[in-house]
Design a protein around this ligand. Structure first.
Ligand code: AHR
Length: 639
């Protein structure tokens, strides 16, 4: 049906093109297919959690995965007034997961506050009146008669104290004890160049040695969840209106080596029981943002999880031999039981219940690995090992393969694939019709990662440009047009700390204080917030053209809405006439337009250079729309 209608409208378009110079688009009266509700969502790549979405403010808070005695182990920590600091492997660690401690000695002869501070993730944003919850463990490695205070504070790097609290301690405390403090800044400092401080009085504590472990400093979080999300980033993600969330990666799932893979069960429970892991891209993951936090986040934003299980392949190239896959398959089974199992009959589900979530989470899609086309020769045995065992245990779930349909040929044949496309502007436009040519054989597709990453000269973009964003919008129109076989799609990567950037361009950039929404962010939001529930065929745009459109209907809106998306990929405005077959068409439409010059980018210095602008345009059964240069327009009519 879809193909027949498209052929019909192609011929109409050709005839229209022969008769007039102006593009005329004929729109069908009837839908060809329903659009899946899952179509727009987002993906959680490797470097989005610590220092990003996860609201923890202290970097290297628990000295996880560092080498004791090295300078690198003290990353983000600094001495105050001559205190001697070292990271040690504690003889009595705070937990088996956290073997390291900060070993602090107060030298003789120091007066005033002596101690140490943490500079956060390249700064700490502080707001007057907000409550910051600080905590840490301490012990005296050798008992002493010391009695005094540990002062916990927030201050600017120039020494202005913004908040402080005293905790009384005793030198007889040789076992670990956890203490906490609430800090409320008296003023909002102008910059994020602030530090978290822990000090003692130098005279009173002269010669004392204290060990510290597992620090934490949390600001207010999204929905006030303990161990929760950074509010401004969470709000930006929520504003996208996502339907799904793909986690934990991406490369983040894989680990550089097999030992460094993401292990769901090491990300649960008290923070002191989470060892963390060496991340794939040269930094350490705390795993404070663990499986339960991911799933709770899905519930908070009403998103469907697309949850990956580790599938025997690590990023640096190692694959688990076939005969040794058993424990890893079991780990995947246990992960799914944790997510959806019955606490009465399964110990992993019972663990979930013990952590406060007895009800199963929603789960339909499980992804087997990530980008396994990089290890296609071993995916041929890893795929069946995982998918057969998982299907036997969870027959109702859908399993997504992460290789290409033709390479390697997998058995059993996957019913869902995750495709990725990072391309130049022109490459992205050329792929706008990729799914039009894919066989309708029952296979469904997830475009799990895509972005226009380079300009046509091959230079990698630092931030999305309007030219690249328009190209991505052409690709996204392909998802809409082919949403009979494309069930979900997500831009990648989503989050980027501009002070420690490892991959660009990204959808959202941020630093310690602010969030910067890219041109592509606005396009994603426009698509997501202006979805239809039915795809309406229309004259097809020329594949090698510069003006593109799709038409969808939103029958859930009363009155029904007809949503027309128009993308112009070049520097000159271009007009298109729509001919609508509906009896009642509103005489005006809301036009939401994102437009800018080819290289226009929203950056930290020009964060709002390109944002959607709304206007009202005249419409009717036939109307002409002029699409501005490098633009995405959303025209919403009522029927
Ligand atoms: O999006 C960044 C990375 O690109 C993803 O983690 C990985 O899957 C892909 O190669």
């Amino acid at each position: 049906m879809l193909k027949t209608l498209q052929l019909y409208f192609s011929v109409l378009g050709l005839l229209a093109g022969i008769c007039t110079a102006q593009t005329t688009v004929s729109v069908s009266a009837t839908a060809s297919h329903a659009i899946p509700t899952s179509l727009c969502g987002y993906f959680f790549p490797a470097l989005s959690g610590d220092g990003g979405l996860y609201a923890e403010l202290l970097q290297n808070r628990a000295f996880q995965q560092v080498t004791p005695g090295t300078t690198a182990a003290l990353n983000a920590w600094q001495a105050i007034n001559g205190a001697s600091l070292a990271v040690i492997a504690d003889t009595k660690p705070v937990s088996s997961a956290l073997p390291n401690a900060l070993h602090v000695t107060i030298p003789a002869g120091r007066t005033g506050a002596v101690g140490f501070g943490n500079t956060g993730y390249f700064g700490i944003k502080l707001t007057q009146g907000s409550v910051y919850t600080a905590s840490f463990f301490y012990r005296f490695p050798t008992a002493s008669s010391f009695r005094g205070n540990i002062n916990v504070g927030l201050q600017t790097t120039s020494g202005q104290v913004l908040a402080s609290s005293s905790i009384s301690v005793s030198g007889s405390q040789t076992t670990w004890t956890q203490v906490s403090a609430r800090l409320r800044p008296s003023t909002t400092p102008a910059s994020t160049a602030n530090i978290f401080t822990v000090t003692v009085d130098g005279t009173a504590a002269s010669g004392q040695t204290i060990n510290f472990a597992m620090f934490s400093l949390f600001p207010p979080t999204f929905k006030n969840r303990p161990n929760g999300m950074r509010v401004d980033i969470a709000n930006a993600l929520q504003d996208l209106g996502p339907s799904f969330f793909r986690f934990p990666g991406g490369n983040n799932l894989e680990g550089g080596t097999i030992a460094q893979r993401w292990q769901w069960n090491a990300t649960l429970g008290p923070l002191v029981d989470r060892p963390g892991r060496v991340g794939d891209w040269g930094y350490i993951n705390t795993d404070g943002l663990g499986l339960l936090e991911y799933l709770t986040w899905c519930e908070d934003l009403n998103m469907e999880p697309i949850m990956a299980v580790w599938a025997g392949f690590a990023l640096q190239g190692a694959s688990v031999p076939q005969a040794q896959l058993g424990p890893y398959v079991q780990q995947a089974i246990d992960q799914i039981h944790f997510t959806i199992g019955d606490p009465a009959t399964n110990e992993n589900a019972a663990r979930r219940a013990s952590l406060g979530h007895p009800e199963p989470f929603k789960l339909k899609y499980v992804e087997i690995g990530n980008e396994d086309f990089f290890a296609s020769t071993t995916y041929t045995y890893r795929w069946p090992a995982f998918v057969n065992a998982l299907k036997a245990e969870f027959p109702d779930l859908h399993y997504i393969a992460t290789s290409f349909p033709s390479n390697p040929v997998l058995s059993p044949a996957p019913t869902e694939y995750d495709n990725h496309l990072y391309a130049s502007r022109s490459g992205m436009v050329q792929n706008g019709f990729f799914y039009d040519d894919v066989a309708r054989d029952g296979t469904q597709y997830f475009e799990g990662e895509y972005a226009s990453t380079t300009n046509d000269a091959g230079a990698t973009l630092t931030f999305p440009t309007m030219q690249g964003t328009a190209a991505e919008a052409v690709f996204m129109m392909g998802f809409e047009r082919n949403s009979d076989i494309v069930f979900a799609a997500s831009f990648a990567p989503v989050l980027n700390d501009i002070t420690s950037s490892q991959w660009h361009p990204n959808l959202i950039s941020f630093d310690a204080g602010s969030v910067y929404l890219s041109t592509s962010y606005h396009a994603q939001k426009l698509f997501s917030r202006n979805r239809g529930d039915e795809y309406i065929p229309s004259t097809l745009p020329a594949r090698n053209g510069t003006l593109f459109w799709t038409v969808v209907r939103k029958t859930s809106a009363i009155p029904n809405e007809l949503i027309i998306k128009v993308v112009n990929t070049v520097a000159t405005a271009s007009a298109v006439t729509f001919s609508l077959p509906f009896h009642s068409v509103s005489s005006t439409a809301l036009a939401q337009v994102l437009t800018g010059s080819a290289t226009a980018s929203n950056t930290p210095s020009t964060p709002q250079l390109v944002i959607p602008v709304n206007s009202t345009i005249a419409t009717g059964q036939t109307f002409t729309y002029s699409a501005p240069p490098f633009s995405l327009s959303i025209l919403t009519l009522t029927l």
